[in-house]
Design a protein around this ligand. Sequence first.
Ligand code: NAI
Length: 699
Amino acid sequence: MTASYSVHGDVAVITLDNPPVNGLGLAARQGIVAGLEQAQADAAVKAIVLTGAGKAFSGGADIKEFGTPKALQDPNLLSVISALEQSTKPVVAAVHSVAMGGGLELSLGCHYRIAAPGAKIALPEVKLGLIPGAGGTQRLPRVLGVEAALNMIVSGEPVNSEMLAALPGQKLFDRMAASPASLMDEALAFARSVADARPLPLVRDLPARHPQGDAYFQFARNMVKGMAKNFPAPAICVDAVEAATRKKFADGMAYERQHFINLMWTSESRALRHLFTAERAASKIPDVPSDTPLREIRKVAVIGAGTMGGGIAMNFLNAGIPVTMLEMKPEALERGVGVMRKNYEAQVAKKKLKADKYEQRMALLSTTLSYGDLKDADLIIEAVFEEIGVKEAVFKQLDAVAKPGAILASNTSTLDVNKIAAFTGRPQDVVGMHFFSPANVMKLLEVVRGEKTAKDVLATVMAVARKIRKTAVVAGVCDGFIGNRMIEQYGRQGGFLLDEGCTPQQVDKAVEKFGVAMGPFRMGDLAGNDIGWAIRKRRYVEKPGMKYSKTADLLCERGRFGQKVGKGWYDYLPGKRDAIPNAEVVAMIEEHRKALGIAPRKISDEEIVQRLVFSLVNEAAHILEEGIANKASDIDVVYIFGYGFPVFRGGPLQYADEFGLFNVVQAMQRFARNPLDDAAFWQPAPLLARLVAEGKTFN
Ligand code: NAI
């Protein structure tokens, strides 16, 4: 049962009941239509109330039905809305908690609406690269006025019901209930009061006008163009609302329908819909049931108050969870806490944080030099130097003092989490929590699952991630986990491109034009080129056959470590982040090329982008096959939230799917024939070859 029917005296009540948010799946739609028919047939019923059970009026389309034939099966949402409009008895929508997307459109098909205060009202379709598709663009301007409606449609953001009710001249809500608790009683009384009203009012009959339409829509278009680079939907929201003001209702509806369908077929909307489900799916781990009991996390400790430790601690303070920070020396604590204060003070100065909130957060922080003070901590995150000996000393001490059941996490980016776990007598409680820098800002968290990590530890860490507003993805133990293992191949390609004829600037520009936030060389300068250097030095020993360009090493030998020293692949002015091309670096690359006897060639932006992006794709296919990542969509989430991959492309694997895996493999085979590249690397990963042979895709 996804919708129920009951009769209260002379009023019938149709209640959507499809947890968690009363999504308008097929059964729910059928339920509404059946309820309407029953009410029409019952002479004792004079009016109808439509509402939702539980925590929503309705959250809109049922995401479980996305992309399935059920989503379109009759009665579709348009026919349900038309059945509401055609009801011969008045229908009152009793709106509470959440009315979004199709849920709000449904209420706009009712003759009247009464709302509880505190309800979140939105048309969020634009966030999926769409426009509302069941009359939202045509009906909302008729009840809210053009400007308020367009703001909601273009932003997709929720607005509180009482704020909307306060708009002058609004006709969205005929009544506001005193409270959510009294909504149903008031809705029944209101329905009785309008039982005999005829003709029944319809939103479609109201006018949608703007007194200075031409100027306003021009202004709106300019605004949208600036903010919606790479996404077509926001501009079409403007067009559709304008159509509401210029066309007859039925023609406006046809216009909306046509554009809704067109947008459905754009790669941008597919990317956004993919990421919407991918982000939700990331927290699900195949062999960890969703009802796994969680460990309680009330107190957190962080070891090491350096670059990462401070940012990690801030995440918990922001979520109201007390943190104890441990360091080796008082000076280190002082410096670490100082950096955190500076970070918060910058937020206060920018008015992003209230001064009293800042004080509340800092009050949750305590510092110590003694492991004894960590004995109450439920979760301890280590962020000390990246040396296995240091990690060993820390984890042995943690094993000695931490209470039974405490989760012991390491923020290591390259070390073996299984080895770290083995330093303790409780490897089941050890897990990797790989934050990204700056840790208080970056959304991504790689949760590294050791061989012995307990399922409830994983489930707890995923829940903790949600609490501190991170997007967490599970990775298996390997060098670099998901993100950095892929970026290493990308960096290697960047080096080959320099050897063959590119400048750092040309490579960065090409990738940035493709949409990546920062090209590989600017990124290297930001992260510190010495980090990659240290990794390569290790690789030269571990994998002597692996091919590398030497340019990055030459750069580091000149001390050009990046932004932190004011010079790297580019130059940087003090306090500025703008990358200024440096002629000596370009000359250094040219000399090196000459020494290798390579005649430079002109490389197209297309080749640059394909080599960089497909290097990610091939490594990702290995990662999937080895089970380091649970699913392809997890890898896309890592690259979107941790590496600035363009959202409108949906992640590297979604992009490869769109490009066509057959075409991707063809390109790889072409790259493999380039004697200056690494032919072995470009052998398509077995999984990729299989997908092509079977005509399948990653996602
Ligand atoms: P950092 O050098 O800025 O900070 C390390 C801090 O740990 C220092 O304040 C040091 O005094 C303290 N420390 C060292 N040994 C200690 C011990 N035995 N007990 C207590 N405190 C000790 O280093 P950073 O960059 O914060 O890195 C920390 C960890 O995070 C490393 O494992 C690193 O691989 C990892 N990581 C770093 C990222 C980055 O972008 N910097 C990104 C992701 C992970």
